[in-house]
Design a protein. Structure first.
Lengths: 346, 383
């Protein structure tokens, strides 16, 4: 009798272990980050400390910008409301630690996609939402119109903890020019020091230069030089190890770009449900079961387009209409001469 | 036996919990790093850093390793701490004594200085010196020279640099002077103890300091030339000075802010130390015929120092740690270079932050040990 009980208990224990393993395996298919986000009721998003056009908070604390819109799109997809985002402003130095330590779930902070960042430190880049390149800003009165006019002893103001610091070295070294790097922790201090005349040039991503130029005491006295010295594909980043969450963020961005390609925008999204084009019907959730693949309903993409808009709308609202970079340049669709090209959502 | 056990057990329990807590944190970090695919290791230190630093005491550029970048940051931190401590001490002693001056004007202005500078947050003062004071400085091309060779501009203070010939001979002569002064001092003390005679040690020392190095110039083949900074045009409105030595404005602003701030606290320590000596000591010294100078040197100061040193050590430690605010104004100290740029480029947060913390801890402990040793050497030797 005693033996029987002993055997029975061990059998039950084995069963329990087996059961635990199978449920564990089943749960792994659903994203842990997604589950946590739905439980909390908001998307935790890391943004910059204030870069007009990309992520910038107004006086009443409303965040706007193309980087902000990526997080809003994810919130619309997984929570049904683009406003359910908690933004955490981060310095360049803090951003990756905040993501890897789990303080935020998406880092959408004009972050350059590089091999070492992608492979080395527990991060995964999901796409590119802005193609940028590093440039230089100088005073008009200096008479400099090209980077070839820089001379030995030029002092360059910039931010620490960015690819900018590395590109700057590559650039000046390749030209054989000795230079003085003056690297600050925050962008506002870079602007103040450059404005005061501490540096001959201010170097960072060109979109950043255009945005920071508006903060100078006399923006018209400064020009951004035409040369671009590096490739800076900026995009959202997630933690390594949750591939479903990674897919959700990637396709939330891709849907915005694809929507622009097919002419679907926040105004006409509902009426597009009856479109003849199956690609458009898939995009607005009237055909196929695309959401099921990451455990979402079928209207996830429709919500993104309706609440946040397509990429073109986001760009116009945040970057073009604010006068930062009216010309879309490489950030135009591939069909219109740009390099925005995303895999089909099907 | 029982009594001993009672004493030991609480300590053992405390130790157990300390180890438990540390163990938990290490374990927790390990698990989480593994989950997120982050590896732990110090191999990155030997990798090429590929970023440049604005100001370095040793030869460095981006082709050197991260370890070397760490050294650059460390030396810059030590430099600013050292200069800051020297200036703060000199200024602090002067202001501290001035606060006890019978002259109303001197006493009041010293008090105002102390109350003003110690009550404004240090970071604000650093910003003030860097941004507000910097903006007031002229551009290099508009700068008037100071004594024909110094130029204080928005891009830094340009000074002539020394061009030495046979510098080693000069250094040997200085070492020789230092040794002979020590010998003379020992001899003078013995002479006083034995025969009561006093040698003018101070005048002899000064004379030695002037004569011996001068001799190396006259007959030792040592020569010193100055390289004066010269204006150079970079663009229509962009200028710098070339040749000579340049102190970056970040260094100047930081040392200024740190030493002006810390000097206020040191001044208070000095005042407290001097006021802590009872009046009777001074009067007694005067009654046996010592001059005011001798009273200060032989009676007041040796006793006051015992009160001054321990709190002043605190201020030295504070200054050193406060120097990490340098990151705000682009002075490339340990925090900016290593815990900033290097951390960002490698993503090795845990490794780099621990190294940085250990470094500050070691610097602080070294200062502590040094000051404690000095404190002990001037303490009353009770028998």
């Amino acid at each position: 009798m005693f033996k029987l009980i002993k055997q029975l208990t061990s059998f039950i224990a084995m069963l329990a272990v087996l059961f635990a393993f199978t449920t564990e395996a089943m749960a792994a298919k659903k994203s842990k980050t997604l589950k946590n986000t739905q439980k909390k009721g908001f998307v935790r998003c890391g943004v910059s400390q204030g870069l007009p056009g990309f992520s910038n908070a107004d006086a009443s604390g409303n965040w706007t910008g193309v980087d902000v819109d990526v997080c809003r799109a994810v919130a619309a997809a997984v929570l049904g409301d683009a406003n359910k985002v908690k933004f955490t402003p981060l310095s360049a130095k803090e951003r990756f630690t905040a993501l890897t330590s789990g303080e935020i779930d998406i880092l959408s902070r004009n972050t350059t996609w590089t091999l070492s960042r992608d492979a080395d430190i527990g991060l995964t880049f999901v796409g590119v939402n802005f193609y940028d390149g590093q440039g230089f800003m100088v005073r008009k009165s200096s008479g400099i119109t090209s980077t070839s006019q820089f001379k030995d002893g030029t002092s360059a103001c910039t931010n620490i903890g960015t690819t900018t610091e590395l590109n700057m070295r590559d650039f000046f070294n390749s030209k054989g020019i000795s230079y003085e790097p003056v690297a600050f922790e925050k962008a506002d201090e870079v602007v103040a020091a450059y404005d005061a005349g501490r540096c001959d040039t201010y170097t960072t991503d060109k979109s950043g230069l255009a945005a920071q130029r508006t903060k100078l005491s006399n923006p018209d006295d400064h020009i951004v030089l035409p040369e671009t010295i590096s490739k800076e594909p900026l995009g959202p980043v997630v933690r390594q190890g949750d591939s479903v969450w990674e897919d959700i963020v990637r396709w939330s961005l891709n849907v915005m770009i694809e929507a622009e390609e097919y002419g679907v925008n926040s105004g006409n999204a509902d009426s597009m449900k009856t479109s003849e084009n199956p690609a458009i019907k898939r995009l607005v959730g009237a055909e196929g079961e695309l959401g099921a693949a990451f455990g979402l309903d079928n209207e996830w993409s429709l919500r993104i387009i309706k609440q946040v808009g397509n990429y073109g709308e986001s760009y116009k609202r945040n970057i073009a209409d604010t006068g930062i970079l009216p010309d879309r340049g490489p950030n135009e669709l591939w069909t219109k001469g740009g390099i925005l090209y995303v895999p089909p959502a099907r | 036996m029982n009594f001993k056990l009672k004493k030991i057990i609480p300590q053992l329990i405390t130790l157990f919990f300390v180890i438990l807590i540390f163990g938990f944190f290490t374990f927790n970090a390990q698990i989480n790093m593994e989950n997120r695919g982050i590896e732990f290791g110090f191999g990155f230190l030997s990798q090429e850093s590929s970023f440049d630093v604005q100001f370095s005491l040793i030869d460095y550029d981006g082709s050197h390793s991260y370890a070397r970048a760490y050294l650059v940051g460390l030396l810059n931190t030590l430099l600013v701490a050292f200069i800051g401590i020297v200036i703060a001490t000199i200024l602090g002693v002067i202001v501290g004594i001035a606060r006890l001056s019978p002259n109303y004007l001197i006493e009041r202005s010293a008090a105002w200085y102390v109350e003003f500078f110690r009550n404004i947050p240090l970071l604000l003062q650093i910003f003030f010196w860097y941004f507000a004071a910097l903006r007031a400085l002229p551009l290099p091309q508009d700068a008037d020279s100071i004594m024909g060779v110094f130029y204080l501009t928005i891009k830094g203070l340009y000074t002539p640099s020394f061009v030495w010939e046979n510098l080693d001979i000069f250094i040997y002569s200085v070492i020789a002077v230092l040794i002979s002064i020590t010998v003379i001092r020992i001899y003078a003390r013995k002479l006083q103890e034995k025969e009561g005679k006093q040698l003018p040690v101070f005048s002899i020392s000064i004379a030695l300091f002037i004569i011996l190095p001068l001799l190396t110039f006259l007959i030792g083949g040592v020569s010193l030339n100055f390289q004066v900074p010269v204006l150079k045009q970079l663009s229509t409105t962009g200028f710098i000075y070339e040749g000579g030595l340049r102190l970056p404005p970040e260094l100047i602003a930081l040392t200024l802010a740190l030493s002006l701030y810390t000097a206020t606290f040191i001044a208070e320590c000095v005042r407290a130390g001097i006021q802590g000596i009872s009046k009777g000591q001074k009067e007694a010294a005067a009654s046996i015929g010592l001059t005011p100078n001798q009273i200060l040197k032989l009676v007041i100061m040796p006793q006051a120092l015992r009160i001054i040193i321990p709190p002043t050590t605190n201020q030295y430690l504070n200054l050193t740690k406060n120097s990490s605010l340098a990151a705000a104004i682009a002075y490339p100290d340990l925090v900016l270079v290593f815990a900033g740029t290097a951390l960002m480029q490698t993503g090795r947060a845990i490794e780099i932050v621990s190294i940085t913390m250990l470094t500050y801890l070691s610097i602080s402990l070294s200062i502590s040990v040094l000051m404690n040793w000095y404190n002990k050497s001037i303490a009353i030797k009770e028998k």
